[in-house]
Design a protein. Structure first.
Length: 161
């Protein structure tokens, strides 16, 4: 597809419904993992303007920073640590409306106020997470959970074990 994205400014659901087919078109037919993860975070940041969005991949029993958009971030996160490590441990999406109230939250930036972390699951195993940070409180809800899970489902088969 052309590299130009069509960015709409509608409701949250409309925005996801517009960007997800474009993300599918971007990754379709491209086998390179890094290229695909990089384009997914770039497309999501362009659509939503979030403060930080990125992937962490499980490597040697740690989450290791992968393609992201935004300020520099923590490189390695252990299982059960922070929002990302908790999502990995529980194999569940975690929505944090106020990161200051989440015990053990890892603050890569003091500007991050709310967060959602979605696990990437393949063959019943968490192989990474998608982490999104907002500079505002209460940014994420069930709509983000639903659509971001669609996106991690879309890319899970491309992540090498
Ligand atoms: N806040 C995350 C760490 C990653 S950064 O937000 C990019 C956590 O608590 O796991």
């Amino acid at each position: 597809m052309s590299e130009d994205l069509k960015i709409i400014k509608g409701s949250k659901t409309e925005n996801y419904l517009s960007i997800i087919p474009q993300i599918k078109a971007l990754v379709e037919g491209e086998p390179d993992l890094i290229a695909n993860l990089a384009n997914v975070v770039a497309a999501l940041r362009e659509q939503f303007g979030w403060f930080w969005i990125g992937f962490y991949l499980v490597k040697n029993d740690e989450l290791v920073l992968a393609p992201f958009q935004g300020p520099v971030a923590c490189t390695r996160i252990k299982k059960g640590r922070g929002v990302c490590g908790t999502s990995w441990q529980q194999a569940q999406t975690i929505i944090v409306s106020d990161v200051g109230a989440f015990p053990g939250h890892i603050a890569c930036s003091s500007l991050s106020k709310s967060e959602i972390v979605v696990p990437i699951i393949r063959d019943d195993e968490v192989i990474g997470v998608l982490d999104v940070d907002s500079s505002e409180l209460n940014s994420f809800d069930g709509t983000d959970k639903k659509f971001l899970n669609e996106i991690t489902d879309l890319i899970q088969f491309r992540v090498l074990k």
